[in-house]
Write a protein that binds this ligand. Sequence first.
Ligand SMILES: [Zn+2]
Length: 225
Amino acid sequence: MFSSSQAGSHQDALIVIAFGLDVQAYIENEAHQQCPRPEQCPHCGTVGRMTGHGSYGRKPKDLERAYRLRVKRWQCQHCQQTTSCLPSFLLSFRHYLVSIIQAVLTQRFEVAASWSELRPRCSQAGTPALRTMQRWAAAFAQQATTWLAAVGAALAGQDNHSPWLEPRPPTETASQSVAAALLTASLYLLAWAKTRWAEVTGYDLADRLAFLWHWGHDRGLGRLV
Ligand SMILES: [Zn+2]
């Protein structure tokens, strides 16, 4: 049974899971049913009391179509609160797949495209709408300072020296917005993560926002876009 409600993502605690990046494979394999049981309740911290609590429907979009998929939900038998396990190709408050949003953000902040240049590259037949894309860019720019600080700290703490930390010419640093810097830092974060976690070895350049979201959500950074 599909529920069109997205309410689950608002009241539930959220765990972001790397289910792979292919939304079609997620649907065909009913991957939500293979979701690992969370050890600990994100609401109350109780360990070992999470039980399955069904699932809810989401209808994420890309440029061509809307998908229908299920998000697995768990309930804590201690506090009764619910938690859902969101695949990393979805954000909690956005209809579009993360890959679509990443394309817009990289055009806007890395390529420094104007909105009229960006529009034909990132949308088809008015989808996503210009206003929607502008909202993503504004939200990402707003979160970028917090996220960049966390990514920078993680890269500084790693064993191998990251080129991210090399001193750069002041002109380049000054001209880069914080949002652009975060997109660049996410490349280094992903490169580092690939040496540590088998689950992200399949991630490439186009998946860095999905990885950043997965990584940062685990660290309590909250909203990204
Ligand atoms: Zn609990």
